[in-house]
Design a protein around this ligand. Sequence first.
Ligand SMILES: NC(=O)c1ccc[n+]([C@@H]2O[C@H](COP(=O)([O-])OP(=O)(O)OC[C@H]3O[C@@H](n4cnc5c(N)ncnc54)[C@H](O)[C@@H]3O)[C@@H](O)[C@H]2O)c1
Length: 403
Amino acid sequence: MARKGRASLGIGMIGTKFMGRAHSVGWAGAGKFFDLALRLDRACVAGRDAAETHEFARRWEWQRSTADWRSLIASAEVDLVDICTPNHCHAEMAIAALAAGKCVACEKPLAGTLSDARRMAKAAKAGARRGLKTFVWFNYRRCPAVALAHLWAKSGRLGKIRHVRATYLQDWGGPSTPLLWRFQADQAGSGAHGDLNAHIVDMARFITGCEVTEVTGAIAETFVKRRTVVSSTGGAISGSKARKSKRGAAATGASTVDDCVLFLARMEQGIVASFEATRLATGNKNRNTIEINGDRGSIKFDFERMNELEWWDDSLPQEQRGWSRVMCTEAVHPYAHAYWPSAHLIGYEHTFVSQCADMARALSGASPEVPLCDFEDALRTQAVLDAALRSARLKRAVEVPLE
Ligand SMILES: NC(=O)c1ccc[n+]([C@@H]2O[C@H](COP(=O)([O-])OP(=O)(O)OC[C@H]3O[C@@H](n4cnc5c(N)ncnc54)[C@H](O)[C@@H]3O)[C@@H](O)[C@H]2O)c1
């Protein structure tokens, strides 16, 4: 990792679309906003199309590009492999990177399936014995408001937590959205569930510090059974820039994933919880919400107002009690100190900048501002997701095994 001059970390990123762009912003910004011991070098980016990837590298300032992700992993200048590809690619790429002696930062969910996730966690454990670290991009942990909720829950400010209520609702996945990889089980594993419930299960575990022990009931539904086949996604999440298949505009294929999964769960310390995810909740754009109710106070977070944390302090005299809206943009708030003066808002991309900074800190032996997720941690979330799908299929409660 330490090469000539200041110690540096060579990043090799695989995937150049939605997350490829978000991570490029993260790697470029982390060393500018945060004082880091490591210089972050955007050494190489890999995509499937050589010309497109070359253009991406030029635009987002990566030193080199390749159409062969295996050669990226083998490159001497790459210390950490950043995986921004569809879920079915994660296991093969992460395991190959760890075998080549590289640290790995993998997008969420850890994998499309629990068995892939287990193989990844096993490889990460073997890698850890050689000093390799793994990370998973549960980036919402790094919203200042979510990090603050984590710190308050940990310090006992909410008291004994009784109840978690989490939803992640989007509306881009209607019938006009084509058959992207996100609607194909062999590539995505699941639909809204792995895409969105993964985030809120991670947030619930992260804020409360408690594990989900049982899924007591779940419903999974696919509203749109067939979607238009496309030859290229065009990179937009809704497929709005997709190119039609040569089979003709009318060609359709089966959607093999859920459009909506709701489930109830039990967590450690007697907490009860509900989770809901869908990409067909008309009018809900990116409603990643979590409410946590404790016996001394409660919090509410909504990503559509990501700079704010709503807070009820039950220890106040009764005549003063009421919901307050904390703007998490002060220097005392997690991450906010690195960006702008008081009350100058941050956005989605800052969660990636902050995660890159925390990963660099962890790799230089310093502590992240709030805990990062590694493969072992993400395996717990994957086990919850798997239990929810089994519960929906079996129409009964399913325990979540402690891996
Ligand atoms: N953390 C978040 O908020 C967040 C948001 C969106 C997506 N994601 C996750 O990020 C990952 C990527 O999602 P995305 O939205 O960027 O998808 P995308 O479709 O926009 O981009 C996928 C990229 O992977 C490349 N790719 C696909 N198959 C490949 C292969 N076999 N070899 C090499 N490259 C390949 C594609 O060419 C493309 O560049 C997924 O795991 C997804 O769940 C996370």
